[in-house]
Design a protein around this ligand. Structure first.
Ligand code: ADP
Ligand code: MG
Length: 756
């Protein structure tokens, strides 16, 4: 029995899904697989796990699992459900990649898709679960697809063993034919329960002018106008990234401070003028219409081989942005003429940021009512599109853009791009304004579809460490492209994880079935490590010369990425600039010290990573140590967890290695450094670059540049690299990131001998 607090119960009763409880639970009782769909905010994520719990679908040895495509949702929803049920987080818990609060008492477990995939690897029958809820199936990452395929098989296997597993698939879109009509996935179409949505009409207002550059500035002006002129109701702004979110929050807080003396008269005149302009522009907005139901483009995804990604692509992008800074962040400091920049005394505006990496306590703030008399304004990235529903939003301001990571599958170059959102996303965003009463959405008159030249973010869609997943005849809801599978196969063959078949036979086979080369011993070992194949290969080889602990530290650091905080960001003031310069000098010094001299310097940035991990552990991985040495504390904690995980994995494969996490790891000897350089080359061998020789220098743009086998354009050693001043003739790199130029990051020097 659940003892909910009366006010919680009252809140719940408002949700449309509550009236469907019986229908849903009857369907679940009668069918192994059930699909539930209903508009975002109808209560699927928070209520269905509670229905299951109350119907007895959990016990001390079998639990209810709920998967979310985003970490944010897994954490926030577990907290919310615990709170609604008046239970502790020991009972309603979450598990995301590196952290969680699952206990012996856990009955409902929220997790990311990637976490469940990993559990399937360990226990294919998922015997700990009585029900698995696959939430937000409309998101359709490759994780979701692989999970769906696997779960449909697991359900059948469990039925055979008379240990039935129930599968619930929940989706915010009504287009579920792809699931129901897929015979390979579901020989018998599962029942679909549609939850009546209580969506109020949303009027979409189009701005006549589409800002090509300063869309964030345009959003700022829009929020000011809404706040000054329109009736009460929360505002939700969609921007593309963390830095943009913060910049807009700052600017809005400056414009609408919490408390302040009355504004001078001139300001009032300005706002009268603004009101006039606003009314004119509204009159001009002819094309206003009501938002339609979301439609997801189900063809808009792709798979790619190298799985260095995370299970949550937004969190990963946020992480990278936090560390790298981004060329894409528009400068909001430039205060436009009609920006309403002068502090306004009219009404307090309660401005809150929301993005994947925001600390959970701060995320939770958006769900609380704003202070008395203030208007709530949440400035969010895409996480507010479907994962989280913020109460009380009446106005949506949509910048019309989304940040994606693009990955060139031929060259392996990844870059961030801000592209226009799809119609489906735009509609979904608009829909966030109509949850509690009719709402309004402001967006631009035109938007342009994203150019299809590069495929979006496949890296982070590829399940981590699933190189050896048998893909032949796999019941993908939509099969990935042959091209992608061939690329994956080629990498695995190149790394020695799959046997290279006879060329002729292979060509023939590829037409019939994909990924069909038998796995090698090396491949089997590699598959036990939860990291990308390249890194798995380094680990698999590193027992030699006692390199394992070092290889683990380096691989953990490379997998987490961006251990160092971003110091190249633009400064807002002279003071900040001076302090940034000071820190840059200090960090450069630290890096040089960690890189050492001679052989170890040749290991380059990877030696720096090793030094960082070693020194940080030695110092007890304290926030103070990280702060003093320019390291990101959160990243170092992740490295520590991953090191632990990899150590466990290695011990499982070869217990005789007797590996343990040594907090006082000694630096590698010179011969070990040499061995490490060979290991790195074994893993990154195809990421090789050669410096352009001065005699070949025909064009200035090639000065100090490197040539790679796959790219026509020059690539450069990133200025943050310890090899930036050395510029060795041959290097291997971890990745190429395109910002102003194409930069190699994670660079090591290698020696290549020409065989004439
Ligand atoms: P769905 O999964 O169908 O999109 P949810 O179950 O996530 O819907 O949300 C149902 C309702 O619960 C929403 O209207 C939202 O406002 C409310 N809600 C969700 N999380 C919280 C929270 N942490 N605090 C307050 N309200 C919340
Ligand atoms: Mg949901």
């Amino acid at each position: 029995p659940v003892n909910r607090l009366p006010e919680m119960q009252e809140e719940r009763l408002k949700l449309p899904i509550l009236s469907e409880e019986q229908v849903i639970m009857e369907a679940v009782a009668e069918h192994p697989i059930v699909i539930v769909c209903g508009e975002t905010g109808s209560g699927k994520t928070t209520q269905v796990p509670q229905f299951l719990y109350e119907a007895g679908y959990s016990s001390s040895d079998s639990i209810i699992g709920v998967t979310e495509p985003r970490r944010v949702a897994a954490v926030a929803m577990s907290q919310r459900v615990a709170q609604e049920m008046n239970l502790s987080q020991r009972v309603v818990s979450y598990q995301i990649r590196y952290e969680g609060n699952v206990t012996e008492e856990t009955r409902i477990k929220f997790m990311t898709d990637g976490v469940l995939l990993k559990e399937i690897q360990k226990d294919f029958l998922l015997s700990r679960y009585k029900v698995v809820v696959l939430d937000e199936a409309h998101e359709r990452s490759v994780y979701t697809d692989v999970l769906l395929g696997l779960l449909s098989r697991i359900v059948a296997l469990r039925a055979k063993r008379h240990l039935p597993l129930k599968l619930l698939i929940m989706s915010a879109t009504l287009r579920v034919e792809d699931f129901t009509q897929n015979q390979r996935l579901f020989p018998k179409p599962p029942p679909v329960i549609k939850v009546e949505s209580r969506q109020f009409p949303v009027t979409v207002h189009f701005n006549k002018r589409t800002p090509l550059e300063d869309y964030a500035g345009e959003c700022f002006r829009k929020v000011c106008k809404i706040h000054r002129m329109l009736p009460a109701g929360g505002i939700l702004v969609f921007l593309t990234g963390q830095a943009e979110v913060h910049a807009l929050c700052r600017r809005l807080r400056r414009a609408f401070p919490a408390s302040r003396a009355r504004a001078p008269e001139k300001d009032q005149e300005d706002s009268v003028e603004e009101m006039r302009k606003f009314k004119r522009s509204r009159a001009r907005a002819k094309r206003a219409r009501t938002a339609t139901l979301p439609q997801i483009n189900l063809d808009n995804y792709s798979v790619l081989p190298v799985g260095e990604g995370d299970e949550d692509r937004e969190a990963e992008m946020d992480e990278e942005e936090e560390a790298l800074g981004s060329d894409l962040d528009l400068d909001l400091g430039d205060e436009g003429p009609d920006g309403g920049e002068h502090p306004d005394a009219s009404l307090p505006l309660h401005v809150l940021p929301l993005y994947s990496l925001l600390a959970p306590e701060r995320q939770a703030q958006v769900f609380r009512p704003p202070p008395e008399g203030a208007r709530l304004c949440v400035v969010a990235t895409n996480v507010a599109e479907t994962s989280l529903t913020i109460p009380g939003i009446k106005y949506v301001v949509d910048c019309g853009k989304v940040k994606r990571r693009f990955y060139d599958r031929v060259t392996g170059v990844s870059s961030f791009r801000v592209t226009w959102v799809s119609q489906a996303s735009a509609d979904q965003r608009a829909g966030r304004a109509g949850r509690t009463e009719p709402g309004h959405c402001y967006r631009w008159a035109t938007w342009f579809p994203a150019p299809p030249s590069m495929s979006p973010c496949p890296r982070e869609q590829q399940p981590r460490g699933h190189a050896a997943l048998p893909v032949i005849n796999f019941p993908f809801p939509t099969p990935p492209s042959t091209e992608a599978l061939v690329a994956a196969e080629e990498l695995l063959i190149a790394l020695g994880a799959l046997q290279a078949p006879q060329q002729a036979r292979r060509m023939k086979q590829l037409e019939v079935s994909r990924l069909s080369c038998p796995i090698t011993e090396l491949g089997r070992t590699m598959a036990t490590f939860p990291v990308a194949p390249r890194y798995a290969k380094m680990l698999a080889l590193s027992r030699q010369h006692g390199c394992l602990p070092y290889a683990i530290a380096i691989v953990a650091a490379m997998t987490v990425r961006e251990l160092f905080e971003e110091l190249d960001r633009p400064a807002a003031s002279e003071e900040e600039l001076a302090s940034l310069k000071g820190r840059r000098a200090r960090v450069a010094q630290v890096k040089r010290a960690w890189a050492g001299q001679g052989a170890s310097l040749k290991l380059g940035d990877l030696m720096v990573l090793l030094g960082a991990v070693g020194a940080c552990e030695y110092a007890g991985c304290s926030p103070q140590f990280c702060e003093a040495n320019g390291l990101r504390y959160k990243a170092m904690l992740e490295v520590r967890r991953l090191r632990g995980q990899l150590t466990t994995a290695v011990n499982a494969v070869c217990p005789e290695a007797g590996l343990f996490l040594d907090p006082k790891m000694q630096p590698p000897t010179e011969s070990q450094v040499t061995a490490l350089r060979q290991l790195v080359t074994a893993g990154l061998g195809d990421h090789v670059a050669r410096r352009v020789q001065s005699e070949d220098l025909l064009d200035e743009k090639w000065r100090n540049a490197y040539r790679t086998p796959l790219l026509d354009d020059p690539v450069f050693v990133h200025p943050s690299s310890v090899l930036f001043r050395e510029l060795p003739e041959f290097v291997v790199y971890q990745e190429i990131v395109e910002t102003t130029k194409m930069y190699m990051k994670g660079v090591s020097a290698v020696e290549i001998q020409w065989i004439p």
